[in-house]
Design a protein around this ligand. Structure first.
Ligand code: DCP
Ligand code: MG
Length: 383
């Protein structure tokens, strides 16, 4: 792999996919404080403002120097950092804290909304409704609320085509029951173990499958919130239902073996309200709850979130690139491809916009080459 010398052109680029960015940056504390404001904007439904915090945070994460007052002029010239952001950053540089972040973090509303949205199936708008309309404040309130009403499908499930699996759908009450498990981060070793167990089961159904663990794990995170695995087989015919078939076969096998306990979503279904820029693509995927097999060495078995993404061989490398993240890296990868290269990038492939000519990269390096991007190692895609 080629080594990229970091220059000013890298960290001042307007595209996150041109900015090598480590997991932990020299201004981590500032990034964390701005992250609280960003999260609050998101919880309050102010998505446009949340995105401008996202962009600022992403630029700061790639900024390679510790921020002091002498660096403020340079930071002010970073692309897309507006005056409001500069004043927050200056406040931090001067006082070591941001007043608004502290106020938000201490507010009861922020605490409740943050807690509610940790439950799978409860998004920001549902959380606000639970807080404002139903007056709920705590997890105990939430439990009582959902105990007294029939399990209604979460918004991902509405309108979805029928799941071809007997695995139960994870309802909000079920997600509430599993919350202490699902809140727990997954250490790298367990991510690897989960992958090996899943692939061993798949190997019994079909030999010769290929897989890559993607998401935060691939970017080097010490612990993950879920496990994301991209899977293909060299003989799968794209456009047929072979890819979906392989996915259902695996999910049903894992369910029969007691390794998958719930499924949230299966198939290439796209929620009607999915943002154009979100990671929803038309790849076949199964969003599931997984549990390791009983083992004498483990005193407690923890339910884990497991996402399985199935791709035809032509889409394998774009699926890997598209699911490695970070979110901002992916967002700007699509934007770069479109604006600067006249190409459409998503996890299912690369096409030329003017005539829809498809490209079939055979490695991740080829994905970068096709998009005209300098190679960035996955561990430096934490923009
Ligand atoms: N993704 C995306 N856009 C989104 C959400 C996800 O492009 N809105 C892509 C990039 C992510 C990958 O999918 O890295 C996996 O998403 P996760 O939510 O699993 O996030 P991570 O794996 O990065 O972190 P973690 O699972 O530890 O929270
Ligand atoms: Mg993940």
């Amino acid at each position: 792999e080629e080594h990229v010398e970091l220059t000013k052109a890298h960290y001042t680029s307007r595209y996150a996919c041109l900015r090598p960015c480590p997991l932990v940056c020299p201004n981590q504390q500032l990034v964390q404080q701005l992250g609280i404001i960003r999260r609050s904007r998101e919880l309050e439904g102010k998505d446009v403002n949340a995105l401008s915090y996202d962009r600022t945070i992403s630029l700061l994460k790639a900024y390679p120097y510790r921020l002091t007052s002498s660096k403020l002029p340079e930071v002010s010239t970073l692309p897309g950092i507006g005056e409001k952001m500069i004043s927050k950053i200056s406040e931090y540089v001067k006082h070591g804290r941001i007043r608004e972040s502290e106020t938000i973090a201490a507010s009861a509303r922020f605490k409740s909304l943050s807690e509610f949205t940790t439950i799978y199936g409860i998004g920001a708008s549902t959380a606000r409704k639970l807080f404002d309309t139903f007056g709920l404040r705590t997890m105990a309130d939430l439990e009582e609320h959902y105990a007294s009403r029939p399990a209604s499908p979460t918004h991902h499930q509405r309108g979805e085509r029928k799941l071809n699996t007997p695995a139960p759908v994870l309802s909000i009450p079920a997600a509430l029951e599993l919350r202490t498990d699902l809140d727990e981060k997954i250490p790298r070793a367990e991510v690897g173990l989960m992958h090996d167990i899943v692939m061993a089961e798949l190997g019994k159904l079909r030999s010769g499958c290929l897989s890559t663990i993607v998401g935060g794990y691939r970017r080097g995170k010490a612990e993950s919130n879920d496990v994301d695995i991209v899977i293909t087989h060299p003989t799968l015919v794209s456009g047929s239902d072979q890819v979906k078939g392989l996915g259902e076969l695996l999910v049903n096998r894992l369910y029969e073996r007691g390794l998958i306990t719930h499924v949230m979503h299966l198939s290439g279904f796209q929620p009607a309200n999915a943002l154009r820029t979100s990671h929803w693509d038309t790849l076949e995927k199964a969003l599931t709850v997984f549990i390791l097999p009983p083992d004498n060495s483990r005193s407690r078995r923890i339910h884990r979130r497991l996402d399985l993404i199935f791709a035809a061989p032509e889409a394998y490398w774009t699926a890997i690139t598209g699911w490695t993240g970070s979110k901002m890296f992916e967002r700007d990868l699509r934007l770069w491809a479109k604006v600067e290269r006249g190409l459409k990038f998503d996890s299912t492939g690369i096409t030329r916009r003017r005539d829809s000519k498809p490209y079939f990269p055979r490695s991740e390096k080829e994905v970068f080459d096709l998009l005209g991007l300098e190679w960035i190692d996955p561990t430096m895609r934490n923009a």
